[in-house]
Design a protein around this ligand. Structure first.
Ligand code: UDP
Length: 327
């Protein structure tokens, strides 16, 4: 079986990717520091504990498994934190990823799948966000991901490292079999925070700003189901295996939902009230991030199956009620 090194394999998206990889016949090697990941989330292949920036540890793992490709999920990914501690994002995302990329090339591995983000685009009024939209990130999270994209570009030219870069929109939902799911401590994302508020695990959700230039005044995002997202990664891996070369793909659905619309869905799906209060804007938030590209569908053959808001909240709610890693 072909080994794939999955950094962040004990995290939310990485653990779902490991399940999808195993389902597609690969052996996922989960490499994770467990700073934000959970060892209980590693269920589909071997686990190797290690820091992203630890070159000696990475070299050991590359030597042990000779992976055919790297899927790089491990990252700091909170907009609010990035605004307050940009140095952590530059060091933890950019410097550590550079170490990983150098270790990949030096180990003779030439295929790399990278988790980038729509946050690299920043705010573009009334512009359709496709892969050619200029990248003007508003926060250090987006800026750090854009910098890693630049590193991959340079390493392709110099060392022949082929990469598929996915710019994710907002990832939501959970494995419908609830084997893995979203579990951050602390939690900062809208849907899990809303579910916490619904079942009384926190007092109320705070809506970050109602004075944006959108129909209901709250920010708009394009939500994509985590299972569809990781399916695209398996297709990206096959793309690299077929020597189709480096490419960038947006992963979004093209449909935008405001924070208030997500809350309405939460109420409908769970049949419970959503306690929420209105707060100020969160620094670094873009007004609207919605994908305007179908390149992943036309080029990769990606077919999102569960990326409907009702299904995403239903799957997240099932996981929320039945799954966790620290019980
Ligand atoms: N949001 C909110 N309250 C929260 C968390 C998020 O109103 O407690 C909003 C946030 O301003 C953004 C959207 O929900 O417009 C999605 O935020 P999230 O942190 O889930 O993802 P991001 O867009 O930052 O990647």
């Amino acid at each position: 079986m072909t080994n794939i090194l999955v950094t962040g394999g004990a995290g939310y998206i990485g653990s779902h990717a490991c399940k999808a990889l195993k389902g597609a016949g690969y052996t996922p090697i989960a490499y994770d520091s467990l700073i934000t990941g959970w060892e209980d989330a590693v269920k589909f292949g071997p686990f190797e504990k290690g820091e992203l920036g630890d070159r000696a540890r990475l070299d050991e793992v590359f030597a042990k498994y000779s992976p055919a490709a790297v899927m790089h999920f491990a990252a700091l990914s909170q907009v609010g934190e990035a605004m307050q501690e940009p140095g952590r994002y530059w060091r933890g995302n950019v410097c550590a990823s550079l170490t990983l990329i150098e270790a990949t090339v030096d180990a003779g591995c030439r295929n790399f799948v990278f988790s980038s983000t729509c946050a690299t685009y920043g705010d573009h009024d009334n512009v359709v966000l496709d892969e050619n939209t200029p990248q003007m990130p508003l926060n250090a999270y987006g800026a750090s991901k854009r910098a890693i994209e630049d590193i991959l570009h340079d390493f392709k030219a110099a060392h022949g490292l082929q990469s598929v870069i996915f710019r994710y929109f907002n990832v939501a939902g959970a494995d419908p079999e609830a084997e893995v799911g979203e579990f951050h401590r602390p939690e900062t994302h809208l849907i899990p925070l809303m579910l916490d508020a619904i079942d009384g695990k926190r007092d109320a959700l705070t809506v970050f700003g109602t004075d944006y230039d959108t129909p209901d005044g709250t920010c708009i995002r394009d939500y994509v189901h985590v299972c569809d997202l990781v399916d695209a990664h398996v297709l990206g891996l096959k793309w690299l295996e077929d020597d189709k070369g480096s490419r960038v793909f947006n992963l979004g659905t093209g449909s935008g939902f405001s924070v208030r619309e997500v809350i309405d869905y939460g109420r409908t799906i769970t049949k419970r009230e959503v306690p929420y209060t209105i707060g100020p804007r969160r620094a670094g938030d873009c007004t609207k991030l919605v994908s305007g590209s179908t390149l992943a569908e036309t080029e990769l053959g990606w077919q999102p199956k569960r990326s409907k808001m009702d299904i995403m909240i239903q799957d997240a709610w099932r996981w929320h009620q039945n799954g966790s890693y620290d019980k």
